[in-house]
Design a protein around this ligand. Structure first.
Ligand code: NAG
Ligand code: NAG
Ligand code: NAG
Ligand code: NAG
Length: 545
């Protein structure tokens, strides 16, 4: 107990001094230079309007936080979040302006603890010409012709393979994470599932937890664990060894066409350490966001039976065509003939807002729309969510309506306002790959399974976008229900379903305590606001670009 108070007091002091000094600097710079800030309030001392934001984002409907302020102050307003005054933009033009002026007027800035976990050479932390080169390298690795010719085969195969083991009650989010992790490892380093990749994933989860805890080794075992796990992933488990070995193979003339191959081949001549950092960060990027999007798509479809029926019809048609031609593997032209599925994908991205916006810092005084100025050094937040949820840009913006994407005439302005992957120089390089993975996943899911939600589950948006209970569902195989009605596996009695479910759950909780730490329900209990925020910010900026 005493420890806890000490802990709390320590942070209180830390924060208040930080706050006072930042506020002082902020106002001094603002008043002395007489800049015209966007209107708004800074809220309470110390915490500003952080608690309002968090309590809004912890519900299914975070919109009121933005709506209220937009009504009072307009689409660009000043607030105070996570220990710092912040200019919040809910405005399409301003957002685009911020994205397009990356590195000229605005730049990313991250706390040091992030580089401790991610490594110094991830795309997220790169700047300038190095970032440009590496970004375009990553882009060209995942462009549509590469996906068509190389990646799609594995996406199709690995998703099939994973779905084979599904039975009874599953946590969709966990299953989706297994899929996206395997896909990422395959695409980056050509490894299939094996003991090594399973171990890698275990350590990986520990690293990710580190983003959500107090970054002080003295106080947080989770953080210490995360740093250790990172070292393990990089060295003991042998990402470094993999890189060295591949370099040797390459010198011997063996060339693999994966991301690692592209990194080794690049004329940038990166060191092993740089390559490891780079791969590590991409692994997070490919894994977190795509699996959440998969889960949300299924949730939205389940809640919109008409859309599910239409998507199912489209996918069954493709499956039927495959049977006739004896060409079972999903091909690029199959992917290209899923028009309604693409509408569902877009609508899921629009409503889900996995990356709800990006934080940037003004490099100099920046004049924006309305005669306002963002002072040098000030943090800005470009909210994509606010634009996606705005009735001016999307009719009835707050409901899930995939059919809106079919109305081609209205799409002109719509696609403009639609930035689920960010934009500008830091556009997510994996945007096409994510869409393909989601589409293939939906294809196999709806053609092989029926499902019902096992419990009510809710979307929340803080510290990361996810469903609260990892979206538990009961799945039954379609061919089983039609062909072998007499076998027991078809419709197990409720008791057996339940016992299967509980044993699974049990397994889960003994396997990793991670989930309580990763998905905390009470923010003040074991951690402090600011540390949660780090995960929030990271997720928003995402490790993509
Ligand atoms: C990143 O660089 C800083 C100094 O530039 C160094 O102190 C830190 O250990 C580095 N982190 C990693 C993970 O290499
Ligand atoms: C994709 O990238 C490859 C190089 O990795 C390049 O040769 C090809 O032209 C690119 N395709 C498109 C459609 O940009
Ligand atoms: C989905 O959004 C993208 C923009 O990210 C757009 O190019 C595409 O046409 C949209 N798809 C459909 C079916 O409207
Ligand atoms: C079994 O579950 C179904 C729905 O999942 C429910 O309608 C039914 O009442 C349950 N039966 C028993 C015996 O609990």
């Amino acid at each position: 107990m005493a420890f806890f108070f000490f802990f709390f007091f320590f942070f209180f002091l830390l924060f208040s001094s930080l706050f006072v000094s930042s506020l002082f600097l902020f106002f001094r710079s603002v008043t002395f230079r007489r800049v015209r800030l966007p209107p708004g309030t800074l809220g309470l001392p110390l915490i500003g309007e952080t608690l309002q934001l968090i309590s809004a984002y912890k519900t299914e409907n975070p919109e009121p936080f933005i709506d209220e302020r937009v009504r009072r102050f307009g689409p660009v307003f000043t607030t105070h979040l996570f220990g710092e005054p912040t200019i919040f933009s809910a405005d399409l033009e301003t957002n685009r302006f911020i994205l397009q002026n990356e590195e000229k007027l605005f730049e990313c800035s991250y706390p040091g603890s992030i580089s401790n976990l991610l490594g110094n050479h991830s795309l997220l932390l790169m700047k300038g010409s190095l970032h440009k080169r590496m970004h375009s390298l990553t882009m060209s690795f995942a462009n549509s012709s590469i996906i068509r010719d190389r990646l799609l085969v594995d996406v199709d195969r690995l998703i099939r393979l994973n779905l084979q083991s599904w039975t009874g009650r599953i946590f969709l989010l966990e299953e989706a994470k297994k899929i996206t992790f395997e896909l990422a490892v395959k695409q980056l380093m050509s490894f299939d599932r094996c003991e090594w990749t399973q171990n890698l994933m275990k350590e990986y989860l520990l690293v990710i937890e580190g983003f959500f805890t107090v970054p002080l080794p003295l106080f947080s075992t989770t953080y210490r664990g995360a740093i250790q796990a990172r070292r393990k992933v990089a060295e003991q488990l042998g990402l470094g060894t993999v890189v060295r070995q591949r370099r040797k193979e390459r010198e011997g003339g063996v060339k693999k066409k994966d991301m690692l191959g592209a990194l080794l081949a690049g004329e940038n001549s990166l060191s092993d350490e740089q390559i490891v950092d780079f791969l590590l960060a991409l692994l997070v990027a490919g894994y977190e966001t795509t699996s959440t999007t998969m889960t949300l798509a299924v949730k939205f479809l389940t809640e919109t039976p008409l859309a599910l029926a239409q998507l199912q019809e489209e996918q069954e048609k493709i499956k039927g065509r495959k049977k006739e031609s004896e060409q079972h593997l999903l091909q690029w032209n199959d992917y290209k003939s899923m028009p309604f599925t693409q509408c569902v994908v877009n609508e899921t991205l629009r409503v889900g807002n996995i990356i709800s916006g990006v934080f940037r810092r003004a490099v100099t005084d920046v004049n924006i729309k309305g005669g306002y100025t963002i002072p040098k050094g000030c943090r800005v937040f470009a909210s994509f969510r606010a634009v996606h949820m705005n009735h001016h840009h999307f009719d009835d913006a707050r409901s899930f309506n995939p059919w809106r994407w079919q109305q081609q005439n209205s799409l002109g302005s719509t696609t403009n306002a639609f930035t689920p992957f960010g934009g500008g120089p830091r556009l997510c390089p994996g945007y096409e790959l994510a869409r393909v993975e989601l589409s293939v996943f939906l294809h196999h899911l709806v053609t092989q399974f029926r499902w019902v939600p096992a419990e009510d589950d809710k979307l929340v948006f803080f510290p990361t976008t996810r469903t609260q209970k990892r979206y538990p569902i009961y799945v039954t195989r379609k061919d089983e229900t039609t062909q072998c009605k007499d076998t027991q596996t078809v419709q197990p009695a409720n008791e057996s379903l339940l016992s299967a479910a509980t044993s699974q759950e049990h397994q889960f909780s003994s396997q990793s305590k991670s989930n309580t730490a990763f998905y905390p329900h009470i923010f003040w209990s074991d951690d402090l606001l600011a540390s949660k925020f780090r995960g929030f910010e990271l997720n928003m900026c995402s490790m993509w670009g």
